[in-house]
Each structure stands twice: as C-alpha cells, then as structure tokens.
Design a protein around this ligand. Structure first.
Ligand code: RB5
Length: 146
C-alpha cells in the first residue's frame, strides 16, 4: 500500500484532524496508508518545517502527500522546491482531478482558511481516486523534471 504523508501548520491543524477522522476509511479503501508528520496542535508554527518532512518522505518512496496551511500557498511553494514533487494547490474537485490526470501531481495542497471542510473532503477524495493518463502528459512532465 502506498503511504499518504500528511502535514499541516497551525492554520491547517483542525482540517487535518477532520480529514484524518472522516476520510480514514475512504483513504484505506483507496489503498493508502496515512502517515501523520504533524503539526500536533493549533499553536503557531512554521509551515516549511512540516512541508519538508512530508515531501522528503514522499520523494524517498515515490508515494503521495497532503499538505494543509491557511491558504495552501506556502505549503505548495515549499513542496515544489523538492525535485521529485509535483504539488497542486486545489480549490475545486476539477483542479484535483486534472492535477492527477494531466500533471501526475503527487502532493495535494489545501488552504484551510480558503476552502470549507466539505469541499476539502471532496477535493481530497477526487485527487486520490484519480489516475495519471500518461502519454503526451508524461512528455510534458519530463520537460520540467530532472
Ligand atoms: C499562517 O498564518 C499562514 O501564513 C500559513 O498557514 C499559510 O497560509 C502560508 O502560506
């Protein structure tokens, strides 16, 4: 089973906990084993630390990640500095679907202060249920990958 490395900062903590609780069966059914890299409370912390922890694990295993901060922007910036990471900040289910189908995104970023809980759940399930289409999309990914 591939791992799903999840991490957040203080702004994303409540949403992380909700997703872990409410989606645990769905994520298991999708073949994912969740690994929680923190943070562990709503106390103010620095998102790059948590993004780097989860992205290092994703890169080492060729698995998946889910990063949550207030906007999702900081997490996605840090994640995309990792050469093996293709992180997508998604605000709709369609973003999630196409980031997997066309971009083979391996990390989903969510903004807990931007996206409501139910939508965040739907985006998460859409992202992890999709598969990459390959073909011309792989060629394009190869053009920006080392
Ligand atoms: C924290 O206040 C906030 O800046 C952070 O969660 C995130 O939105 C950064 O991109």
């Amino acid at each position: 089973m591939p791992n799903l490395h999840i991490a957040c900062d203080h702004a994303g903590f409540d949403l992380k906990q909700t997703l872990l609780k409410d989606l645990s069966l769905d994520l298991k059914a999708l073949g994912l084993t969740v690994v929680d890299h923190g943070c562990t409370s709503c106390e103010s912390c620095d998102y790059p630390i948590y993004a780097d922890k989860a992205c290092s694990a994703v890169s080492a295993e060729a698995s998946f990640g889910l990063l949550i901060c207030g906007t999702g922007i900081g997490m996605s910036m840090v994640a995309n500095r990792h050469p093996a990471i293709r992180a997508a900040l998604c605000t709709t289910e369609l973003h999630a679907r196409f980031s997997r189908r066309h971009n083979n995104a391996n990390v989903l970023c969510l903004g807990a202060r931007m996206t409501g809980t139910e939508l965040a759940k739907a985006i998460t399930l859409a992202f992890f249920a999709e598969t990459f289409e390959g073909g011309r999309h792989q060629r394009r990914i190869d053009l920006f990958s080392k």
